[in-house]
Design a protein around this ligand. Structure first.
Ligand SMILES: Cc1cc2nc3c(=O)[nH]c(=O)nc-3n(C[C@H](O)[C@H](O)[C@H](O)COP(=O)(O)O)c2cc1C
Length: 357
């Protein structure tokens, strides 16, 4: 049974359980790690404008997303090589998602395989594929993902090549997925275009997600191409360096999409207040990558369920203090830009940590 009371303690547990290599793989980002820092900075540079004297004796943070009942408006995003943080890998995430009532996305770059993970529990699962084969290879995988019961299929479009992750490069570390930082693979991922999107939409009925959209132009184009979910992400700062923070990119995408399809966002979200800020800006779901990975490293499925319980508490308490008893009460007027108080880093949402990152 997980025994931490705060997400800060969860991070300490994760750090204690992991080797330096695996820890750096988890928290690290590309090159100067500026994009990753901007993810945090774009959240920390927003403050709340709470309303008072609303009855908040009952606060509801549960939601429905594309017909799926979710206990929180969050997504457990795809984490490649997640089995190095806890041996159960994607199967443990599926178990936790089922127990808690969350939605997950499984990476094709992790173990066990997608057909095995599909059988674990009944949580809604989306399959995220990196293309390592031609169109007929991809078609075969999509057909099998549909057959296995995945409720969505996702292309990650910010990874035309694998980036230079210098924490890993300095140590000559190669993740379990075998993709080596700095060794650019201009393979099938790099050949992906809007034609790939059109082909999938024309051939398959499964909802298609594009993960890694960062501009209004691409968001509009995605909606016009029939994409079912637009996912704003910079891969946790692990791909293009010197990008904008997730919260900086979100508003123009929300405006361009005009509520025609749901919008998911990630990048630096690790606290309840972070999730609320994303929802205030108009996102339908918030992805929490390092949150998921840290929880897994802290103790597998049970730690992830426990962490989600703490997150739920954080979200509901902050909604009450904002005078917003339901998710429908969250809107842009509840936040405003504010000066950053301190320099940010990947775990600056956990200020009581004393470790070396
Ligand atoms: C260790 C690790 C592995 C990841 N692997 C993948 C992956 O296989 N596919 C993918 O689309 N995104 C991957 N991501 C990105 C996440 O899905 C998500 O976009 C990102 O973690 C969000 O930022 P956050 O960590 O600040 O929450 C990975 C992230 C981390 C931390």
């Amino acid at each position: 049974m997980a025994d931490f009371l705060t997400l800060q303690e969860m991070a300490v547990k994760a750090r204690t359980n992991l080797s330096r290599n695996h820890w750096d793989y988890l928290i690290g980002a590309a090159e100067t790690e500026t994009t990753m820092k901007r993810n945090r900075a774009s959240l920390d540079a927003l403050s709340f404008r709470p309303r008072v004297l609303n009855d908040v004796s009952e606060v509801r943070a549960a939601t429905e997303f594309m017909g799926h009942a979710l206990r929180l408006p969050i997504l457990l995003p795809p984490i490649g090589s997640i089995q190095v943080f806890e041996a159960g890998g994607g199967a443990s995430v599926a178990e936790a998602a089922d127990t808690f009532g969350a939605m997950m996305m499984l990476s094709s770059a992790c173990a066990p395989g997608f057909e095995e993970v599909a059988k674990v529990g009944t949580a809604p699962k989306v399959y995220q594929l990196y293309l390592v084969g031609d169109q007929s290879w991809m078609d075969d995988i999509i057909a099998r993902a549909i057959e296995a019961g995945f409720v969505g299929f996702c292309l990650t479009v910010d990874t035309a090549v694998y980036s230079r992750r210098e924490r890993d490069l300095l140590k000559r570390y190669i993740p379990a997925s075998g993709r080596q930082a700095g060794v650019a693979d201009f393979g099938y991922q790099a050949k992906m275009t809007w034609d790939t999107v059109a082909h999938i939409k024309q051939k398959f009925r499964i909802p298609l997600w594009l993960k890694g959209i960062n501009t209004a132009d691409d968001a509009r184009r995605a909606v016009e191409a029939g994409v079912d979910v637009v996912y704003v992400s910079n891969h946790g700062g692990r791909q293009l360096d010197h990008g904008r923070g997730g919260m900086e990119a979100l508003p123009e995408v929300i405006a361009a999409v005009e509520r025609r399809v749901p919008v998911v966002v990630d990048g630096g979200f690790i606290r309840g207040t972070d999730v609320i800020k994303g929802l205030c800006a108009g996102a339908d779901l918030v992805g929490m990558g390092r949150f998921e990975a840290l929880a897994m490293a802290a103790g597998g499925a049970s730690a992830l369920v426990h962490a989600l319980g703490i997150l739920e508490h954080e979200i509901r308490a902050s909604m009450a203090l904002l005078g917003a008893p339901t998710l429908a009460d969250l809107h842009p007027g509840l936040v405003q830009p504010s000066p950053l108080l301190e320099p940010v880093h990947v775990l600056s949402a956990f200020p009581l940590l004393t470790q070396d990152y």
